[in-house]
Design a protein around this ligand. Structure first.
Ligand code: ZN
Length: 480
């Protein structure tokens, strides 16, 4: 009898411990007392939901590009990069501006076809000296005060050049992307993955459906499975080009026929008026006659001026809005967006570096969050910002004093609005809730003492913006 009672009491105690609600103020306490390093550490170790808005080729750190470009040599791809300009073309020649971009990368087959003068402007990627290599890395990051929107839109992507057309590199960057997200505690990712325009080492084009098959096969590999991530892909088209409608029709068909692609997005600078959303209404309406399985998340409101891009984009059928920076200038639309059903994908670091806000006091994120407009944090092009999703949370907590409940709401939204079937969404949400409850209990009991001794990785953006890093001589990343 006594033993039974003891066993019962012990079980009750254990149950009480497991299900005991954690005190609501532990995070407020930590915010008051923790250093920035401890806060960053906490946010790094914190289980997260998903990243619903990132461009795969913009999500890759320069050292990953370099490593994968050299590794692709085994498959016959040898890369050259432009280390100097010798005035081989004259002002006024076609594509003169493009010619002037340093550190463009081309595959050997294309390099060989250049005139002798231009060939001499390039070096093999594996033959750069230290200062050239440093400049090559820097050229893929938006890390200088004088760099901004134009450098990003008009040079960074052009520089990547043929690196983004190599199927081996594509598979490699997908894996590194998922691995690093998993290390940050994410369980879901929805990258924009482009497989149009890939090529073999001899520059023969690879058909997109063939490229998709290569990607699908690779995703079954052990290393992908071991990341523990769930993923779906989006296909993005460039909105302002003359053939954008044709590309949109192609993207719908591609997504409909190719798992794990599930959605179409439209990208490209919105200050180029050629890509205004209403332009695509007739095309999308005709596509809706035919396709029943293509979701839409579309960039909108990533612009300085007030305009109707967000309302026009919802009329196109988008369930999620990328950025939505200028939503705040449209009061009627803001009222309609409160409490769903559409979500705004917030990219705090991107918006600052691309100059859509001069500083965070101008950012509308807290207004959306605290008036009940569904929002989630995402990374957009974190490879080029040299940052992480942890850093997005760090910025949000530091600049907008997020509560623990708000942090969890952001992560929950990043799963609730994922383009996955209902049963997978349920599983992901259950997994996230289990992970975060375990984390809360640990922190509630021991505070920051519960955190890991290994420091969280700190990359360029967070080092520069918040002086969060040790001096450069003891930094092992971002100093390349
Ligand atoms: Zn984007």
């Amino acid at each position: 009898m006594k033993r039974t009672f003891f066993f019962f009491s012990l079980s009750a105690l254990l149950l009480a411990l497991i299900s005991a609600p954690v005190s609501a103020d532990w995070f407020e306490e930590i915010k008051k007392t923790a250093t920035d390093e401890q806060l960053h550490q906490l946010l790094y170790e914190m289980p997260k939901g998903g990243d619903l808005h990132h461009h795969l080729t913009g999500s890759i750190f320069s050292e990953w590009w370099y490593e994968l470009a050299l590794a692709s040599k085994n498959k016959g791809y040898r890369y050259y990069t432009k280390v100097k300009i010798d005035n081989c073309r004259k002002h006024g020649d076609a594509f003169f501006d493009q010619y002037l971009i340093h550190y463009q990368n081309v595959v050997e087959g294309k390099w060989k076809k250049l005139p002798a003068c231009e060939r001499a402007e390039y070096l093999p990627l594996d033959a750069l000296d230290d200062s050239q290599l440093r400049a090559w890395h820097d050229a893929l990051r938006l890390d200088k005060p004088h760099e901004g929107r134009n450098e990003f839109f008009d040079r960074h992507w052009q520089r990547l050049g043929d690196l983004a057309r190599d199927p081996n590199i594509l598979v490699g960057i997908l894996l590194k992307n998922f691995e690093s997200f998993s290390e940050e505690g994410l369980i879901y990712a929805e990258p924009q993955v482009n497989v149009a325009g890939l090529m073999q080492a001899d520059t023969t084009p690879i058909h997109p459906s063939e490229a998709a098959a290569i990607v699908r096969e690779s995703l079954k590999g052990k290393k992908f499975v071991e990341t523990g991530m769930t993923w779906r892909f989006q296909m993005a088209i460039l909105r302002f080009v003359p053939q954008a409608e044709e590309h949109l029709r192609w993207a719908y068909q591609f997504v409909s026929e190719n798992e794990p692609w599930v959605a179409v997005n439209m990208v490209g600078r919105e200050d180029n008026d050629k890509g205004y959303p209403a332009r695509f209404l007739p095309t999308i309406r005709s596509l809706r006659h035919r396709y029943n399985d293509v979701r839409l998340s579309i960039h909108a409101g990533e612009v300085d001026e007030p305009n109707s891009h967000i309302r026009d984009t919802l009329l196109l059928g988008a369930d999620r809005i990328g950025h939505g920076v200028n939503l705040i200038t449209d009061p009627d639309m803001m009222r309609l967006m409160r409490h769903g059903p559409y979500m705004v994908e917030i990219n705090l670091i991107s918006n600052l570096l691309l100059e859509y806000v001069d500083d965070y006091s101008q950012h509308p994120f807290p207004e959306y969050l605290r008036t009940g407009i569904p929002v989630a944090l995402s990374t957009d092009d974190r490879g080029m910002w040299d940052s992480t999703l942890t850093d997005e949370f760090f910025v949000a907590v530091r600049e907008f004093n997020l509560s623990w409940a708000e942090i969890k709401q952001l992560s929950e939204n990043s799963l609730k609005y994922a383009f996955v079937p209902a049963e997978i969404r349920k599983e992901l949400l259950e997994r996230y809730r289990k992970n975060i409850q375990r984390f809360e209990r640990r922190l509630d009991r021991k505070g920051v003492q519960a955190l890991d001794r290994t420091p969280s990785p700190k990359r360029g953006f967070i080092c520069r913006q918040y002086e969060l890093c040790a001096p450069p001589d003891v930094q092992n990343d971002s100093s390349i």
